[in-house]
Design a protein around this ligand. Structure first.
Ligand SMILES: C[S@@+](CC[C@H](N)C(=O)[O-])C[C@H]1O[C@@H](n2cnc3c(N)ncnc32)[C@H](O)[C@@H]1O
Length: 339
């Protein structure tokens, strides 16, 4: 069960709201769920820049688009993330794409601030109706005159920009968008400068580790960034383009859980993702380690950073000839593993 999606569909299931005619609605930050039956498959175009969610919807027969057409829609749906600036920017985007008198419906988890987004919408652009369902808030508003200044400010606050603190381009919603992740900084401090040949960065984000490789490792011939979030890749491209020099850099919008090919890379660097919160789950990182092991040539090196408590040793032991801890702090460890 996807709680925000089920909450989003709830007012339609209860006939409080009407689903769109074919092609007349859109869903931002879309992901698949059992509640998305045929009416929705026909009624919606879907936008999702996170590859695993994008692919599930595409496989289920939904129309996926990168951007909305200029034609105005009757209904805009928006699944909220845990990033307020990203959510407000998406509401501004929905506002621009829905015709006057049309409807915008949003849903998100209570514990990630959905009610605060609703309050801000009500204070700044339109009155909302809201109900609580499945640990979520779902709220809707009519696309009226709004406040062009507030909507423009939301759009700007959620867009890609150069972050003064890091000097890199990024945008709200991306992993560690406004600061260098401390684990990644530890990896960068311990990056072997003799890395050379074909390198991959798995879960490359907006490109911090890749930039460090380009800066510190002169013998790198090619650098492949694998990343599931397309918005992060767009920022990475902007960050790396000025410093690529003679290295061939490729940007791969890719779900690393599906593997990255076999026996190709001389070295791989990564700060793998993990599910946060009380159900911290290491299986995602373990799949990244397995993909890295397959992708390396014999003798190839994996340099990775991880939170100290994550149980990666067993999978490293199985997949690599040997590994050792290069550096550790109270929170993180940097590991080098040899294929
Ligand atoms: C811990 S962050 C590291 C980001 C960046 N390398 C850094 O050091 O700041 C992990 C990254 O993995 C990406 N990611 C999550 N799941 C993924 C998947 N299945 N395939 C590829 N990338 C994924 C996330 O979008 C995020 O950018």
């Amino acid at each position: 069960m996807s709680e925000p999606l089920d909450a989003l569909l709830h007012p339609f299931a209860k006939s409080l709201l009407t689903p769109p005619a074919p092609g007349r609605g859109f869903l931002l930050r879309a992901h698949w769920g059992a509640g998305l039956h045929d009416i929705w498959r026909q009624g919606l175009v879907c936008l999702q820049s996170f590859k695993p969610d994008h692919d599930l919807l595409a496989q289920a027969g939904f129309t996926m688009v990168d951007r909305l057409s200029n034609e105005k829609f009757d209904l805009g749906l928006c699944l909220l993330t845990k990033h307020k600036a990203e959510n407000l920017a998406n509401i501004a985007r929905a506002w621009a794409a829905v015709k006057p008198g049309g409807l915008i419906v949003c849903a998100g988890r209570v514990d990630t601030g959905a009610a605060s987004v609703a309050r801000q919408v009500e204070e700044s652009v339109a009155s909302v109706e809201m109900i609580a369902k499945y640990h979520c808030k779902v709220f809707w508003l009519e696309r009226g005159g709004g406040s062009p200044a507030a909507l423009a400010a939301w759009a700007a606050a959620g867009s890609q920009r150069c972050v003064p603190k890091t000097g890199f381009y990024a945008q709200p919603g991306l992993y560690s968008w406004d600061k260098i992740d401390r684990g990644s900084a530890l990896l960068a401090d311990n990056l072997p400068t003799d890395l050379g040949g074909r390198i991959a960065d798995l879960g490359a984000g907006w490109g911090y580790l890749s930039a460090e490789v380009l800066r510190c490792c002169p013998s790198v011939s090619s650098l492949d960034l694998f990343e599931a979030e397309d918005l992060a890749l767009a920022a990475a491209r902007r960050n790396l383009d000025p410093i690529v020099g003679t290295t061939t850099v490729s940007y791969r919008w890719h779900d690393v859980r599906n593997g990255i090919g076999t026996k190709y890379f001389d070295a791989i660097i990564m700060n793998p993702p993990f599910h946060e919160g009380k159900d911290a789950d290491a299986s995602l990182g373990q799949r990244f380690i397995a993909a890295a092991a397959d992708g390396l040539v014999l003798g190839g090196r994996l340099i990775m950073v991880a939170n100290r408590q994550l149980p990666y040793e067993l999978v490293l032991k199985r997949a690599f000839r040997r590994f050792h801890v290069v550096a550790e702090t109270g929170l993180y460890k940097v590991i080098e593993a040899i294929r």
